[in-house]
Ligand binder design. Structure first.
Ligand code: SDX
Length: 430
């Protein structure tokens, strides 16, 4: 039974802190009065026990391995829906009717082109720039082009900015890819669906017709669905914090992309594939597992472990099935990297260290094998994660803007630096 309040005894006083319950999942203790009543802060580096906001968008049960988008289980959505439907659901809270879907899809389709000067913006990058560096720069630069959707107090402009972000991310991602391989940019095609359009912009060339493989497009569309949102993860929290200052949505998404790039977060899909390539063969797995367990070795099994999931990441299971589907469609009978991944997972899941620390494969463990098979270079893996996560960032940003409890995010600290002291003239310093 959840208590109505929690008492905190600090010295001679007892503070009664109200408890707020959600619809499902852990309740929260409202500590808003803690500083004024006790003169103390809470201390929770990494926010392992801290709810930063109230949200209705995504729910994760880490122990049960459950992920719900607006209450719908991810496996059901991945089985029966598509990414555009998932975008509508995350943004508006309900599954769209056919008419709502068609209107939403039409609006996205007609925002897929970027300002023509953006292509000149790309010319400023070196060809060997990491595509994530290009994405941070180009998405941030959108605020230099779309002045008519920067007023965050205007619901219409917020909606236009949201549609623009969702629509233009595939175009910018494809441009980032084409730029690194020295091929001309390919314009979006309005007759193609969202994910087929992206594949066409990545792999078509002006010299010949490019037919998108519908099985591969469906697989990538499902991968986008799996990556669409994930509660208050590091990059989403970055977007919310940036947005809490009133920054425009394009700048906030650019901040989210920067955070996602880290190997502990979205960069793990790139790092996981590089790790599998470094391991190279099944017989070399034990030495890497030993390194992952060695406290003195910074090496970690990339694609394993999660702050919230202390069970199998439900997305990883669907990801694994999609990997087999893509390899089968491409006629890839045996992929040595997949063999290493499957054996590494088997060993880790039977090893006491991983069992005790509840380390399971996460979404990044299998995604790299699939994306490589689809034809993407490793450097594009996190770009695809950012493409898919944009709708989650935008939905969370919009929820934050409309939250009556919202104020600028401004955490405090435990100060352990020098107490106040007087200035010492340089002539007397030793
Ligand atoms: C994503 O938050 C999200 O929702 C993120 C995400 C999303 O959709 O937005 O799900 C996407 O970022 C998935 C995670 C991708 N990152 C990786 O695969 C990188 C490898 N994993 C780890 O770096 C780690 O597991 C984290 C960062 C994912 C989680 O770290 P935590 O929650 O801070 O846990 P921790 O680092 O404190 O680890 C707990 C223990 C530690 O041992 P002790 O200090 O307690 O002895 O487990 C160990 C860690 O050393 N550990 C690992 C490990 N992950 C954690 N040991 C070996 N290999 C690993 N992968």
């Amino acid at each position: 039974m959840t208590p109505k309040s929690v008492q905190l005894t600090a010295g001679t006083q007892t503070l009664d802190m109200p408890v707020k319950e959600g619809s499902i999942g852990p309740a929260v203790v409202d500590i808003g009065k803690l500083l004024s009543k006790t003169g103390m802060f809470t201390y929770d580096p990494g926010f392992t026990s801290t709810a930063s906001c109230e949200s209705k968008i995504t729910y994760i049960d880490g122990d049960a391995g459950v992920l719900l988008y607006r209450g719908y289980p991810i496996d059901q959505l991945a089985e029966h829906g598509d990414f555009v439907e998932t975008c509508y659901l995350l943004l508006y809270g309900e599954l769209p009717t056919k008419a709502q879907y068609d209107d939403f899809n039409y609006r996205i389709t007609r925002h897929t082109m970027v300002h023509e000067q953006m292509s000149r913006f790309f010319q400023g990058f070196r060809r060997d720039a990491h595509p994530m560096a290009v994405m941070v720069g180009s998405v941030g630069a959108l605020s230099a082009f779309y002045h008519d959707s920067l007023d965050i107090s205007d619901p219409y402009q917020r909606m236009v900015a949201s549609i623009r972000m969702i629509a233009k991310m595939p175009t910018l991602a494809a441009m980032a890819y084409k730029y690194t391989i020295g091929q001309p940019f390919i314009y979006p095609r309005n007759e193609l669906d969202y994910t087929s359009n992206f594949l066409h912009m990545c792999f078509a060339v002006p010299c010949e017709e490019y037919k998108v493989n519908p099985v591969l497009s469906r697989a990538l569309d499902r991968i986008f669905m799996l990556h669409a949102d994930h509660e208050q993860n590091a990059s989403t929290s970055t977007v919310r914090l940036a947005g809490s200052s009133g920054a425009n949505p394009f700048a906030c998404i650019a901040a989210g992309i920067a955070c996602l790039w880290g190997p502990a977060h979205g960069g793990a899909n790139e790092a996981a594939l590089k790790m599998l390539e470094e391991i190279g063969s099944v017989d070399r797995i034990p030495q890497y597992v030993a390194r992952a367990k060695d406290k003195n070795d910074p090496f970690r099994l990339m694609g394993f472990g999660h702050r919230v999931y202390k069970n199998y990441d439900p997305r990883a299971k669907i990801m694994q099935r999609t990997t087999h589907e893509v390899l089968k469609e491409l006629g890839i009978k045996d992929d040595p990297l997949l063999d290493v991944a499957i054996e590494l997972e088997r060993i880790a899941l039977h090893d006491d260290y991983f069992i005790e620390k509840k380390l399971y494969p996460n979404i990044d463990f299998y995604s790299g094998i699939t994306l490589k098979a689809l034809g993407f270079p490793t450097s594009m893996f996190t770009v695809l994660f950012a493409l898919a996560r944009t709708v989650g960032w935008i939905a969370q940003w919009a929820e934050m803007i409309q939250d009556p409890a919202q104020k600028i995010g401004r955490p405090r600290q435990l100060y352990t630096g020098a107490p106040e002291r007087d200035y010492v003239p340089v002539s007397t310093r030793r």
